[in-house]
Design a protein around this ligand. Structure first.
Ligand code: F0G
Length: 322
């Protein structure tokens, strides 16, 4: 049977024997070598494929802890603001716990499949007129009234769960990599990785990669103008790297066509920084945070064009060559 993340790392997480384990089989994700990209870039690249978490993003690592603790504490409901992945994850774990979930999204700014996912999973999805920062402020305010438990990464239980990606990478490599490279949206994951590294007694550098034009980037998962964890990212000592949308798209297409990993655009930010030569070191662990099917509109826009052919072998062979 799949081991729940809480059971795998119980001694390092804020849970007790009395905590109900709300799990969908998260964590224990593949750490994949990337032979073609490694050769091209002259490094030893490892890809932590977090899209294989149950809802298709790394958020499930934190959500299992946050929702399990919320259930233990007798929560009546959970709430989050989200660019889409936290929404889907909160909805799934709340459903699993039998708790209602309220999800606030910036109106019109979230990839369609993520909204569909959260709705299917039974969350009350409310589109907030405003951007992610407005939605998060409203969620925090409502949670402050005591009716809903906030399950954004401001919730320390979320970050505690997310640090386990570092444990898995170091366990599987048998040593620390030269650097961890991750996307930077609100910064909760950077802060979580920093904690994981320090709990292992390591001082491995983190490269945290943000979009150059945060409020408008095509990588909608990290379209966050004002990162709520900016201070802790600074204090963590992580190096913040800024990449353009063109660089994100180029890295994203390469991950798919050279390594067979179809992620969402934000997840390619780390590779974009490495391709630019902004990450020193030989052995690099890059976290691929979310699945490409979550943003099918971007794939439709940037993937090689479709062609239509007659059901004729000669026509198909000719079209396949062109
Ligand atoms: N990658 C993906 C796929 C994300 O969904 C997010 C954040 C990040 C990276 C950035 O992580 O915010 O901890 O720095 N998504 C949040 C959400 C904002 O609502 O799903 P971060």
């Amino acid at each position: 049977m799949t081991i729940a993340l809480i059971d795998r790392y119980r001694s390092r997480l804020p849970v007790s024997d009395g905590t109900p384990v709300i799990s969908l089989g998260e964590g224990s994700t593949p750490l994949l070598p990337a032979p073609r990209l490694s050769e091209r870039l002259g490094v030893e690249l490892w890809l932590k494929w977090e899209a294989s978490n149950p809802t298709g993003s790394y958020k499930d690592r934190g959500m299992t802890v946050a929702v399990s603790r919320a259930a233990e504490d007798g929560a009546e409901a959970v709430i989050c603001a989200s660019t889409g992945n936290t929404a889907a994850s909160a909805a799934a774990y709340a459903a699993r716990a039998g708790l209602p979930a309220v999800v606030l999204t910036p109106a019109g700014a979230v990839a369609g499949p993520k909204v569909a996912q959260a709705r299917m999973l039974g969350a009350k999805v409310l589109e907030v007129r405003g951007d992610f920062d407005h939605a998060l402020a409203a969620a925090q305010e409502l949670a402050g009234r005591g009716t809903h438990v906030l399950v954004n990464s401001i919730n320390p239980n979320r970050r505690a769960g997310q640090k386990t990606a570092v444990f898995e990478i170091v366990e599987e490599l048998g040593a620390a990599p030269d650097a961890f490279v991750i996307p930077y949206g609100g910064g909760g994951n950077t802060s979580a990785y920093a904690t994981g590294i320090s709990e292992l007694g390591l001082s491995t550098p983190i490269f945290s990669v943000e979009a150059k034009h945060r409020p408008t980037t095509m990588a909608s998962a990290i379209r966050i103008g004002d990162p709520v964890h900016a201070a802790s990212v600074r204090d963590s000592g992580a190096t913040v790297v800024t990449v353009s949308d063109d660089e994100i798209v180029a890295a994203w297409l390469e991950l798919a066509s050279l390594e067979g990993l179809f992620c969402e655009p934000s997840s390619a930010a780390g590779l974009a920084a490495i391709r630019r030569g902004d990450v020193p070191g030989e052995r690099l662990a890059v976290t691929i945070t979310g699945h490409g099917l979550k943003d099918s509109a971007s794939a439709d826009r940037y993937a090689p064009a479709l062609a239509e052919v007659d059901a004729d072998p000669d026509a198909i062979a000719a079209a396949a060559r062109s």
